[in-house]
Design a protein around this ligand. Structure first.
Ligand SMILES: Nc1ncnc2c1ncn2[C@@H]1O[C@H](COP(=O)(O)OP(=O)(O)OP(=O)(O)O)[C@@H](O)[C@H]1O
Length: 624
């Protein structure tokens, strides 16, 4: 079985690199707006509420802007004329404006909270469904933490952007334009002075954006790398402890965390620089406007009330301008999260089934068993100068026959078995089941027909029953019991809740042999027409192995099976044995025939055979 675990000392090969150089690294960087526009198909569902939220926020902002105007009226009117009676209606108006503003603020928040939570759920659901559809080769390339961070942190970033920064980008722009118009109506000279910083700020924010978006992408990718490292360390904690590698793993974690810290500091530095200018420049412009305004009031060229109103308006515009920094930062982070989300969603799906060759799709199938004809395969990331791992495999497993597959370690046995349920696609040649090309079968149908038990038995955080019945969702209690009996999984009855006992994450609360037996039960529960077993008994003791073998023989009598075997005892389950070497099937025959005629087979079996010189597996000569 190909071990896809990571060497604790080396990073996941081919996982997306945080420097963007990995196979699944960042795609072409789009502009922030273009990236964010891709969210529209999801945001469309909440467009009505988004509009209500923007409208409420805009009206709230406008009522904020109206306050300085009323203040100006108070200063130039009732205060200048000592008219106390005229003061109260204007004070009342200020109160109304304050109340309206808080009501609108509440509306803005409430109206979006629920639909955006739904939107996040929908996006997360799409991502998960996509991950289930993507081929195994995709998962080989991507670190699990990269996918985890896309399904969690990135989703949160996108939802938060739609809830606040997006609304405020629109509202603040409207407020800025409205405030500018108000300032020009109050005094155009002061308005021009106050607006001088707009040009340098525009140039600066463009520069900031290009620097910040790179850092935001790097930080999000580094977060994914850290998630991968944490996940692998937790899953592999026993190995790390057993080999005393927990300290070196901690060092690696620290190094990655430091890198992330540096990136976050770079982001903070860029933002701080922008902020210093965003806050500083308008303050200087405002001070100039105040000086000029005071001069104009002193020369009776401007009323004091207008100056108060103008300054209050300009001060009310400080928030839309100052918030620009974090709004842009958030927009960039959301654009990066969107890019990362769609990088996964844009990956080509595994087709359900290839177009059947004309006239063959509905062809009646004959009981022909499994046929590999000229099958070739190489992993996409194999070195260019390496030969194909499978270089023309021809093998016929007759209907109802059990064929053992033996070969040196790394010869490609697991890979060959993985081609049958189309976990990988053969690069050339054909594989047929009862005469029908597997590419013509819809994948769900193919996987109903072909059942698999891998050497590394993966169990999910669910009950034993759920784990086993995964192999045949419609199966009932009787089939469950039969499958558990076949796999000699009697230990299940002794678990606290029998088959309804939850097995921990990856079934870690069970022993290796127990997990292997449950995986075997899962493979046989649906009485599959074709069974693939990848060294299914490797973790069992001799006694249990013998019991499983006896029960398996009954199951194997009704199916066509391919069994990867390392040990003679497993080979004995089979009717015939095929030898895989140099990417081809070099010999096929019964165990005895191969022992007699095939030197490579003798070599492969000799280690085990030597241990049982008088056993039924011993070469003729050894028993003599
Ligand atoms: N996902 C993968 N990507 C790239 N190369 C892989 C992948 N899986 C396996 N390989 C390589 O393919 C070769 C064959 O692996 P495979 O697991 O099929 O061998 P095997 O005969 O089953 O070995 P074993 O008897 O040790 O289980 C190995 O050199 C392995 O490194």
């Amino acid at each position: 079985m190909a071990e896809n675990r990571q060497d604790p000392e080396n990073p996941t090969p081919g996982s997306p690199q945080s420097d963007g150089t990995g196979p699944a690294g960042p795609g072409p960087r789009h502009s922030t707006v273009r990236s964010l526009l891709r969210l529209w198909p999801y945001a469309r569902a909440v467009r009505g509420r988004l509009a209500v939220s923007v409208t409420a926020a805009t009206l709230g902002m406008l009522s904020t802007l109206a306050v300085p105007v009323v203040l100006g009226l108070i200063v130039d009117g009732p205060l200048a004329e000592h008219d106390l009676a005229g003061l109260w209606p204007l004070v009342g108006l200020l109160l109304v404006l304050g109340t309206v503003e808080s009501a609108l603020f509440y509306t803005r928040r409430v109206v979006l909270a629920r639909p955006l939570a739904g939107l996040e759920t929908a996006m997360r659901g799409d991502l998960f469904a996509k991950l289930q559809r993507l081929p195994v080769s995709f998962h080989d390339r991507w670190g699990s933490g990269q996918l985890l961070s896309r399904a969690t942190a990135d989703m949160y970033t996108m939802r938060l952007f739609l809830a606040f920064p997006l609304v405020f980008l629109i509202v603040n722009s409207v407020m800025f334009l409205a405030g500018t118009v108000v300032m020009f109506t109050q005094d155009w000279r002061l308005a021009l002075i106050a607006l001088v910083p707009v040009v340098p700020l525009f140039v600066l924010t463009r520069r900031f954006e290009s620097g910040f978006s790179g850092a935001a992408r790097l930080a999000q990718d580094q977060n994914g790398d850290i998630a991968t490292l944490v996940e692998e360390s937790v899953l592999g904690i026993r190995i790390l402890k057993a080999f005393g590698r927990h300290r070196s793993m901690t060092e690696r974690f620290r190094a990655q965390a430091q890198e992330l810290r540096r990136t976050e500091l770079r982001k903070a530095h860029l933002l701080a620089n922008l902020w210093a200018v965003i806050v500083g420049l308008p303050e200087i412009a405002l001070a100039c406007a105040l000086a000029v305004g005071a001069y104009l009031v002193a020369h009776d060229d401007l009323s004091a009330g207008t100056l108060v109103a103008f300054l209050s308006t300009a001060l009310a515009l400080r928030w839309p301008v100052e918030s620009l920094g974090w709004l842009l930062a958030y927009a960039n982070e959301a654009a990066t999260a969107t890019d990362r989300f769609f990088e996964v969603l844009d990956e080509p799906d595994t087709p359900e089934a290839d177009a059947p060759a004309p006239g063959t799709a509905a062809a009646p199938t004959a009981p022909d068993g499994i046929r590999f004809t000229g099958v070739r395969f190489r992993y996409p990331d194999a070195p260019d100068d390496s030969p194909d791992l499978l270089a023309g495999v021809d093998l016929h497993i007759r209907s109802g026959e059990t064929m053992a597959l033996v070969g040196a370690t790394g010869s490609g046995k697991t890979t060959l078995t993985a081609l049958l349920p189309r976990l990988y696609e053969a690069t050339a040649g054909t594989i047929t089941l009862d005469g029908r090309d597997i590419r013509e079968l819809p994948r769900p149908r193919l996987r109903e027909l072909v059942s698999v038990a891998f050497e590394e038995p993966t169990l999910f955080s669910a009950t034993v029953r759920e784990n086993v019945l995964m192999g045949a969702p419609g199966a009932g209690e009787e089939q469950l019991r039969t499958a558990l009996d076949t796999a000699q999984a009697g230990f299940v009855e002794k678990l606290p809740n029998g088959p309804d006992t939850e097995v921990g994450e990856q079934g870690l609360s069970l022993s290796g042999g127990q997990r292997q037996r449950l995986a075997l039960a899962r493979a046989v529960v649906g009485d599959p027409a074709f069974l693939v077993l990848d060294d299914p008994l490797s973790a069992l003791d001799v006694h249990t192995e013998a019991l499983v073998e006896r029960a398996l023989r009954e199951v194997l009598g009704t199916t066509t099976a391919l069994v990867v075997a390392h040990r003679p005892s497993t080979v004995l389950l089979a009717d015939r044995v095929a030898v895989l070497a140099d990417g081809r099937i070099t010999a096929v025959g019964t165990h005895q025939e191969l022992l007699r005629d095939c030197a490579h087979y003798r070599e492969l079996m000799s280690g085990e055979a030597a241990l049982i010189p008088d056993g039924p597996l011993a070469p003729e000569g050894a028993r003599a």
